[in-house]
Ligand binder design. Structure first.
Ligand SMILES: Nc1nc2c(ncn2[C@@H]2O[C@H](COP(=O)(O)OP(=O)(O)OP(=O)(O)O)[C@@H](O)[C@H]2O)c(=O)[nH]1
Ligand SMILES: [Mg+2]
Length: 451
């Protein structure tokens, strides 16, 4: 990727195709010259960000637009930046872009706006990847992760780890300069303590980068409970269609039934299972139980269904799976609310009636909330960052390991300094303090144009 920061770039900032409103983004040192040719009536170049209504001279006619302008280097990209909010009609947007190019801008490459933000120091590399993570997020959990990373926590941590290593290196090198005089700027104990501390930090980051790879794309919610608890009826009510067989006979569901359930635009896999019972393995009921157990163990959340007209607690199976559970009191229409409190766990259970349709939206909200808290811990990393970081972290970690060993051996401090520099390099690659053109290429070519 060519880093032509002196050129002014323009691109469609909104999604291609028809929409009510469209956005053209422009930025670079020559922005004033470009806009002066486009905007009618002529306006005084401001010193602070402004939003003004204006017309654009496009192919001999005037196109109304709202212009948001960051006139100085104090913008997202570290250069003058403008956004033209326009009618979303594709021919209008195309004509406006063409007029921008005629006025001296050139088409932006993929991710070039974000690249400029990175190069001007507005974002570190992990944040630039988070921008991509926000664009590509397919679930609320992924979005939370990307937004968390965009906020800069990871970059700040890595940067402060680098700073302490740089301090350490400075102390070490000061000692090297005075080696003949046997002056020590940092004691062995101190050196080893600080290196171990750094290694621990890198271990922690590595664990987080690994953790990110384990999460499943679609969360799985499994209904569980005794036979006849109303699980299948509830699955049908939540999914809004008849996917599971219902009957008043206990033991109706044998196989498990899985259905995709879209909640607020997010896909969740809803799984109905056989009711819990103790059955010999070789019987059909026994096989149904092994299906059930397998589904429980693979759940991200278990809905533990207890019918309201049943007073017997079922603690035995409730504790079988080590998965977050949500208590649901089914068939609540059969027992008035006041009587239900006799059950031990009534206060933590959500009352629903699948046949009456009551309590279903509360249940839906509770499910989404529980899934969000269990999957989006603030420590997670955007997948691309996790994959890329691992290389730099592993390199930094092994260099630190070698450095720690060298301190123990009381060898030449020069060798120690080499290892510390290597660790610094590894960490530097994470945030982009040390980067190569093809690394930037790899990251920014995944962006869309206009971002
Ligand atoms: N009054 C009332 N009856 C319900 C409700 N939900 C289910 N039922 C009835 O309870 C019986 C069992 O329902 P199912 O949905 O088949 O129960 P299940 O938990 O899937 O049962 P198994 O598959 O046998 O484990 C059926 O007769 C349903 O009509 C409810 O909310 N209110
Ligand atoms: Mg069933």
């Amino acid at each position: 990727m060519a880093l032509h920061l002196g050129e002014t770039i323009a691109a469609l900032g909104s999604a291609p195709g028809g929409a009510a409103r469209g956005l053209v983004r422009l930025g670079g040192p020559g922005l004033e010259a470009v806009l002066t040719q486009l905007v009618e009536p002529p306006f005084q170049w401001p010193s602070k960000p402004v939003a003004i209504g204006a017309s654009l001279r496009v192919q001999g006619s005037l196109v109304p637009a709202e212009l948001s302008l960051w006139p100085t280097a104090r913008s997202y990209i570290g250069q003058p930046l403008a956004e033209l909010h326009l009618s979303g009609s594709p021919p209008v947007l195309e004509a406006v872009l063409a007029a921008c190019f005629e006025a001296g801008a050139r088409p932006a490459e993929r991710g070039e706006f974000t690249l400029r933000a990175f190069l001007s120091g507005r974002l570190d590399l992990t944040q630039a990847e988070a921008v991509l993570g926000v664009i590509e997020a397919e679930s609320r959990a992924e979005l939370t992760t990307a937004l968390g990373q965009l906020a800069g926590g990871l970059g700040v941590e890595v940067q402060s780890a680098r700073n302490s290593l740089l301090d350490l290196l400075a102390d070490l090198e000061a000692g090297l300069d005075f080696a003949d005089e046997h002056l020590e700027f940092v004691t062995h104990d101190e050196l080893s303590r600080r290196l171990v501390e750094e290694a621990r930090l890198v271990d922690d980051l590595l664990a987080r980068a690994a953790g990110r790879m384990r999460s499943r794309p679609i969360p799985r919610v499994v209904l569980a409970g005794q036979p006849n608890a109303g699980k299948s009826t509830l699955v049908n009510a939540l999914a809004g269609r008849q996917v599971a067989l219902v009957s008043n006979q206990a033991g109706t569901t044998r196989d498990y039934v899985s259905v995709e359930w879209i909640v607020d635009g997010v896909a969740i896999e809803l799984v109905d299972t056989a009711g819990w019972e103790a059955s010999p393995e070789e019987t059909i009921a026994g096989q149904a139980q092994s299906f059930r157990a397998e589904q429980w163990s693979q759940a991200d959340l278990i809905l533990l269904c207890t019918p309201a007209d049943d007073a017997v607690p079922h603690e035995t199976w409730a504790t079988e799976a080590a998965v977050p559970t949500l208590g649901v009191l089914t068939k609540s229409d059969m027992v008035p609310a006041a009587n239900a409190s006799t059950s031990q766990t009534a206060s933590t259970q959500l009352r629903v009636s699948a046949t009456e349709g009551t309590g279903l939206s509360e249940l839906r909200r509770a499910i989404v909330a529980r899934l969000a808290t269990s999957s989006a811990d603030g420590d997670a990393l955007v997948a691309t960052t996790a994959a890329r970081c691992r290389e730099g972290l592993v390199a930094a970690r092994s260099a630190l390991g070698r450095a720690i060993a060298l301190v123990g051996l009381e060898t030449d401090q020069e060798l120690l300094a080499i290892e510390i520099r290597e660790a610094l390099d590894g960490l530097g690659r994470l945030v982009g303090a040390v980067y190569t053109d093809d690394l930037l290429d790899r990251i920014f070519s995944r962006f869309c144009i206009g971002k």
